[in-house]
Each structure stands twice: as structure tokens, then as C-alpha cells.
Design a protein around this ligand. Structure first.
Ligand code: IPE
Ligand code: IPE
Ligand code: MG
Length: 247
């Protein structure tokens, strides 16, 4: 444990909006895809550090439903990169006890992506060190809409009474069913927004923004974010005095 971190207060779930690949590459006179490619190194390093620190869920926002609107060449490059990095990283993930899952409309990704994801998901299904949750073709508003439809269907089919629509039943209809809410969200590249990410799940998350571009994000930046998190007082609507006295 790095000496300044409190090992008893490591967030169980950290979610990261990995941003700034394009600007980082441009600043180096490279094309945007070079930024995405370099971002894979950051994913590997961050994942390794998260395992070492005892984080149990790491959710990475890799491709939003809105990202389809980018130039076709970039979208295709990202999809190819997804397939090649899953193939390239699978054995390391497995060795590190990583269990891969996804959130988002993953079945609408190109066939090769769906196939390699499914392969990696089933191969790592019994690993227990950390859950790596990739948000792919993800839109939080869509997730909430789909959950609403699923609940409405249950009511229509008399499986659920209206009075039984609860926080729990709603959460069970989200992609994140069974995953605890993130305590900490990190966004890189100096942007201060949520960009349609986990709107329901982030209700009480602590937000950490760093100017570091994603391709430069490393273990030390993860530690810095957790350090920042550990200095926050999480009040959940109560007063500071109540939090301190535990009432
Ligand atoms: C994040 O980096 C990666 C994806 C959204 C896929 P960007 O590609 O958004 O990089 P910037 O924000 O344009 O610099
Ligand atoms: C959010 O980044 C999505 C991912 C990191 C995958 P964007 O770069 O797409 O977000 P905006 O467009 O700046 O809000
Ligand atoms: Mg961006």
C-alpha cells in the first residue's frame, strides 16, 4: 500500500471516463487513433494498479452511444482496436484474476467485437480479483429508458405490481444489476462533465477531475485520485457533525 493511502478506505468501485486521447495525439502531431492505441497502455497499467490496491470493480467508459457520430475512420479504428486489445490482453487479464463484463448495447457492436468480448467474458468468468466493466455503446439515458420498459412489461404481464416498483427492482433492470454504485469517478483531460455516463448510479459518487490526458494516466494518478477521495467527507445528506459522531 503506498504510504499515504488508507488501506481501510479504498473505493470498492471506481469508474473512469477515459478522455483526451485525440487531443494528446494531436499535440504530438499524430492522428487520433494513435491516441486511442496509447490509451490501451493506460488501461493495462490502471487495471494492474487497481488490482494491487484492492479495488473490486473498475468501470471504464470506452465507447459511448454518441461516439458513433465520429468520423467513420475513427469509429472503425476504435472497433478494430477493441478486438486487437482484447486478444492481446486476455492472457494478462486472466493471470491477474480479472473478470471481464460489459455494460451498454454491446450486441450492436460489429460481429468481431461481440465475438472477442464473449470469448473473453466466458474465459475470465471465474476470476475474482477484480471486475473490469467495459462500457461499450453505452448511454445512461438509454439504460434508464430500457429499464423503464422492462419494468412496464413486468407490470403488464402481471409479474410485478405497481407498488412493487422500488429502487431495488429498478436497479435490477439496469445493465449494472449486481454491481455496487461507484464511490469514485475519475475524468481525465480537464473536462468537467458526465457525458451520459451512469446517471442513476453516480447519485452520491465523489468526482475527481484531472487535467492528465488518458494516454498519460498511470498508477500514480490513480493513487492521487484515491488520495483525494479519502480526504472527502461523504455526508449523504446529513450534517458533518452527524457524520463524525456516526448518528
Ligand atoms: C476518449 O478520448 C476516447 C473515446 C471517447 C473513445 P477522445 O477521443 O474523446 O479524445 P478528445 O477528447 O477528442 O481529446
Ligand atoms: C465520453 O467522452 C465518452 C468516453 C470516454 C468513451 P467524449 O469525448 O465522447 O465526451 P464529450 O463528447 O466530450 O462529452
Ligand atoms: Mg473526448
Amino acid at each position: 500500500m503506498p504510504k499515504q493511502l488508507d488501506s481501510s478506505n479504498i473505493p470498492k468501485h471506481i469508474a473512469i471516463i477515459m478522455d483526451g486521447n485525440g487531443r494528446w495525439a494531436k499535440a504530438k502531431g499524430q492522428d487520433r487513433l494513435y491516441g486511442h492505441l496509447s490509451g490501451v497502455d493506460s488501461v493495462r497499467e490502471t487495471l494492474k494498479a487497481a488490482v494491487e490496491l484492492g479495488v473490486k470493480f473498475l468501470t471504464l467508459y470506452a465507447f459511448s452511444a454518441e461516439n458513433w457520430g465520429r468520423p467513420q475512420q475513427e469509429v472503425e479504428g476504435l472497433m478494430e482496436l477493441l478486438v486487437s486489445s482484447i486478444h492481446g490482453e486476455l492472457s494478462t487479464m486472466h493471470e491477474n484474476g480479472v473478470r471481464l463484463t460489459t455494460i451498454g448495447e454491446v450486441n450492436k457492436l460489429p460481429g468481431a467485437c461481440v465475438e472477442s468480448l464473449n470469448e473473453a467474458i466466458s474465459e475470465t468468468a471465474n476470476n475474482t480479483n477484480i471486475n473490469l466493466v467495459l462500457a461499450l455503446n453505452y448511454s445512461s439515458r438509454e439504460e434508464i429508458l430500457f429499464a423503464t420498459r422492462a419494468i412496464a412489461e413486468q407490470v403488464q404481464g402481471n409479474v410485478l405490481n405497481i407498488e412493487e416498483i422500488s429502487m431495488d427492482s429498478f436497479e435490477n433492470a439496469l445493465y449494472t444489476k449486481g454491481i455496487p454504485d461507484p464511490e469514485l469517478v475519475i475524468r481525465t483531460s480537464g473536462e468537467h462533465r458526465i457525458s451520459n455516463f451512469l446517471l442513476w448510479q453516480l447519485a452520491y459518487a465523489e468526482l475527481h477531475f484531472t487535467p492528465v490526458f488518458w494516454p498519460e494516466f498511470r498508477r500514480e494518478h490513480l493513487i492521487e485520485a484515491i488520495y483525494d477521495y479519502q480526504r472527502r467527507e461523504r455526508r449523504f445528506g446529513k450534517t458533518s457533525e452527524q457524520v463524525i459522531s456516526g448518528t
